[in-house]
Design a protein around this ligand. Structure first.
Ligand code: BES
Ligand code: ZN
Length: 385
């Protein structure tokens, strides 16, 4: 039967809407693959899926391969006499085994926290937070420490990264086990950092409307996840929201120069976004904005958080969208763009309890749709007027 005019109209309009059921199917597919560690067969499968889905929606999709050195954790621990703590090597940490006294550093391991302490030849213990892991390691190395133990600022464990190759070995320990270390300064400890350096072969996926020459806006999110976590909220949620947004904007004239980029290697230190910025300086120079979606499928705070460029935030406010202005913050793929002078917006719903855990298995398509509506409002403000 020939579809009626109304059916055709209805179909063409529904194709423009963000479809939560489609987002749900994408999410189930990605989470079903398992942890999408950069360079793994699972990540390759995810990248193929994204490219295929983008092509099916009418886009030209290509891969941007890149590689970098990272360390793989082969098992780490910290022992004091009979006490043994599980430790996680920081990504980018050299490996090694050390027998040395502990030096508790009160604070987060900034230079000033070392006043009056002698850390030479010791294993220093600092708290997580405020400054990057790499900065803590640099300070510890400058003080002559042999290794650094970072105690999580929450009870559980956390997998951290130097975002590059660190100067001395470094591990994290859980907050619940690690807090006690601050009372054991001076005791001899044995730290095993099981880390081997390896080359990761990663790739971004870039989708653009076939006749688009250069992007006016990049909308992206990382599709890789940490080892051991299926990465539903972090960040299949952002990945899928970007994909469904792309489908819903396919063929829209005003959105023709929006490029959709799924970044790889984020969890090892923003490698995908950095490589994009480095590889395509002329594209980056011409950008009106970059939007990054990272953790948009679990309501871990009352309102959608949006941070970044003040002028863009004002623009978004004028659109009447509901969100919480979280100011400028780092920790995800908008950062290299912001550093290159691109106005950015970073969208997320906060850190949920399953962050970087094997239990990161669910994300809510309705929340993703809500996020996409705000992203779309921002795009319309930028590109339609
Ligand atoms: N998804 C997180 C970033 C994030 C944090 C988004 C809070 C929304 C709210 C990201 O994958 C991550 O874990 N980033 C690292 C740093 C990065 C350089 C590896 C982090 O925040 O520790
Ligand atoms: Zn993330």
């Amino acid at each position: 039967m020939k579809p009626s005019l109304w059916t055709v109209l209805l179909l063409s309009f529904s194709a423009l809407a963000f479809a939560p059921e489609r987002a749900k199917a994408d999410l189930d597919y990605l989470v079903g693959i398992g942890p999408r560690v950069a360079g793994s067969p699972a990540a390759a499968q995810a990248a193929e899926y994204l490219a295929a889905q983008a092509r099916a929606a009418g886009y030209a999709a290509e891969f941007q391969p890149f590689s970098y050195t990272r360390s793989r954790d082969t098992g780490s621990s910290l022992s004091l006499g009979p006490t043994r703590l599980e430790a996680l090597a920081l990504s980018g940490s050299p490996g090694g085994t050390f027998e040395a006294p502990l030096q508790a550093v009160p604070g987060i391991g900034a230079a000033s926290d070392y006043a009056g302490l002698d850390a030479r030849g010791k294993i220093v213990v600092v708290r997580r937070g405020v400054i990057p892991f790499l900065e803590k390691a640099r300070q510890a190395a400058a003080q002559g420490a042999v290794a650094v133990v970072v105690v999580n600022n929450e009870p559980g464990a956390v997998r951290g990264t130097y975002g590059g190759v660190g100067p001395i070995p470094g591990v994290t320990v859980s907050g619940s086990e690690g807090e006690a270390l601050f009372a054991r300064s001076g005791e001899r400890a044995r730290l095993v950092v099981g880390a081997v350096l390896e080359q990761a072969q990663a790739r971004n996926v870039i989708a653009r409307w076939p006749d688009s020459r250069a992007p006016s806006v990049v909308v992206g999110g990382h599709y890789d996840s940490v080892q051991g976590a299926p990465g539903a909220n972090d960040n299949a949620s952002g990945t899928v929201t970007v994909l469904e947004l792309a489908r819903s904007l396919a063929g829209e004239g005003w959105a023709k120069d929006v490029w959709y980029v799924w970044f790889d290697g984020e969890e090892d230190g923003l490698w995908g976004s950095r490589n994009f910025v480095q590889a395509f300086p002329e594209r980056v120079r011409g950008l009106k904005a970059m939007f990054n979606l990272d953790m948009v499928g679990v309501r871990a705070s009352p309102a959608l958080g949006v941070g970044g460029d003040p002028a863009l935030l004002r623009l978004l406010q004028q659109s009447g969208a509901q969100f919480n202005d979280i100011g400028g913050s780092g920790g995800s793929d908008h950062t290299p763009f912001a550093q290159a002078g691109v106005p950015v917006l970073f969208f997320h719903w906060g850190i949920d309890p399953n962050y970087h855990q094997p239990t990161d298995t669910t994300a809510d398509p309705a929340l993703m749709a809500e996020t996409a509506a705000v992203v779309r409002a921002a795009l319309e403000r930028i590109l339609k007027q």
